[in-house]
Ligand binder design. Structure first.
Ligand code: AMP
Length: 466
């Protein structure tokens, strides 16, 4: 059975707080945008570890009765993204397993690039896998490590794996947080009263009144126990490769990650875009919600007024998340609706964060034209996405990425608009200066900092004009 490689997720953990499970529940609530397929919490009270996980949203899974069954001062949680082929409860995290010294739980955000090779090897040695997740490889490596403290075992396991990971481990007495040496995915550390919190994004800290201390560094392993916090740097130093797509689309605008506030970066993308692709238009229309900050920046820079021309139904999950093609297309229709009065007889410039397959943009533009817009100009706040991500962002295979086989002009014709402008790579880098060299841009350049797990061959992709 092959592993499901595509994972976008959120992790959250609390150490040393009497309401650890409740705070973790709230933390996961704030991180729900990072995954809506399943969620879980594991707590520990020094005597044992307690688990609850289910398919669905955090609000659907947990209530007072469930949280009461998660006692103790320590907890970790996870929200998981849905991708094709892997949508089962057995893949829901945190994973809990027993090893020679007791129970341990693990939550993972990221993708391992050598998981299949490690899994094949472990299976040859007799290991039996319960899930189709790459994270389980770490568990087997951990269990295989013959001796040492929990943190030594974690380090031994992580020395074997390649790829992207922001990880939390919890046993009866300790919480361990680890971030891969490139630092692909974010991981932050905070304080709440006498306890500590760790999580994917700072927006989770704000919700529970925790104080942000710092980002967990790439290649850092943090152990939190009764003695306090201990930091380890067990891996050879690598060039930082923070995921630029966290800023473009994935992270919440109110979070602070990779040394920046996400909203400010996103707004700046819009400012930069207006400089690179100016247009004569009457209104700037954001594609909600992720296109909003860039639209604000674009409107500010261009002087063109911002109008809410598209309204999003907030009770529909992110369309991309639905695992089946048929549902994704349906989702686009139920998710967004036009405010005709804001666009009728106007030249509109529509801001969106990205074009992936191109199907969403095509449908949105049709809707905008049907509202009576006289001209439609599209501005995208990132460069063309032409290569799949192997480090934790769910992108389709490269043959499904419209920009992998089509020029900007061809894409413009496909989405049927008057003009289309993408932010340049240089412009994007300017928005994350002075640390631009520390980011991964592989989805735009195809230059992978770690070799992808398999041949990313490009297939022909023909667009039919209908
Ligand atoms: P499409 O071009 O039809 O595949 O959809 C592009 C839309 O999906 C954009 O408006 C983005 O807001 C959104 N999007 C981009 N990347 C992702 C992703 N990794 N997961 C979910 N949605 C995404």
């Amino acid at each position: 059975m092959s592993c499901s490689w595509n994972e976008e997720c959120g992790v959250f953990g609390v150490y040393g707080h009497p309401e650890a499970a409740n705070l973790t529940y709230l933390g996961l609530y704030a991180l729900q945008h990072r995954g809506q397929e399943s969620a879980g919490i594991v707590s520990s009270n020094g005597r044992g570890i307690y688990t609850h996980k289910e398919m669905g949203l955090v609000s659907e899974i947990f209530d007072q009765d469930v949280l009461k069954k998660l006692p103790g001062r320590n907890a970790i949680g996870h929200v998981r993204y849905s991708t094709a082929g892997g949508s089962y409860l057995k893949n829901a995290q945190p994973f809990v397993f027993d090893y020679s010294k007791g129970g341990i739980a693990i939550s993972h955000n990221g993708n391992l690039t050598n998981a299949q090779a490690l899994r094949d090897q472990l299976e040859r040695e007799g290991a039996v896998f319960q899930s189709t997740m790459d994270t389980e490889v770490i568990i087997h490596l951990f269990a295989h490590a013959t001796n040492g403290s929990i943190v030594e075992r974690v380090i031994t396991a992580l020395k074997e794996v390649k790829g992207a990971y922001s990880l939390l481990f919890l046993n009866e007495k300790e919480l361990i947080a680890a971030r891969d040496p490139h630092g692909f995915r974010p991981l932050v550390l905070g304080r709440v009263k006498e306890g500590y919190v760790v999580g994917s994004e700072t927006c989770a800290f704000d919700l529970i009144g925790a104080e942000f201390i710092r980002e967990i560094e790439p290649g850092e392993v943090l152990m939190i126990n009764e003695a306090g916090i201990q930091s380890f740097r067990p891996f050879p130093t690598k060039k930082h490769r923070f995921c630029i797509f966290e800023f473009i689309y994935f992270a919440r605008p109110d979070s602070y990650i990779f040394g920046h506030n996400v909203y400010q970066v996103r707004r700046e993308l819009g400012v930069q875009l207006a400089k690179e692709h100016p247009v004569e238009a009457d209104v700037v229309i954001p594609t909600p919600d992720s296109g909003m900050p860039a639209a604000i920046g674009f409107a500010h820079q261009s002087g063109i007024p911002l109008e809410l021309g598209i309204i999003r139904n907030h009770y529909v999950g992110r369309t991309f998340i639905e695992p089946r093609e048929s549902i994704r297309h349906f989702g686009v229709k139920i998710k967004l609706n036009a405010v005709k009065e804001a666009m009728k007889d106007k030249r509109v410039v529509v801001l969106d964060d990205s074009i992936v397959r191109g199907t969403t943009a095509r449908k949105n533009m049709r809707m905008i034209k049907n509202s009576g817009a006289t001209e439609v100009h599209v501005r995208i706040s990132c460069p063309p996405i032409s290569a799949s991500c192997f480090y934790g962002i769910d992108t389709p295979t490269s043959e499904e990425l419209i920009a992998s086989s089509h020029s900007v002009e061809e894409i413009r014709r496909f989405i049927r608009v008057n003009s289309l402008g993408y932010l340049s790579l240089e412009g994007l880098k300017r928005c994350v200066a002075p640390r631009a060299d520390e980011f991964c841009y592989a989805c735009f350049t195809g230059e992978y900092p770690i070799d992808p797990p398999h041949d990313n061959a490009q297939l022909d992709f023909f667009i039919k004009e209908v």
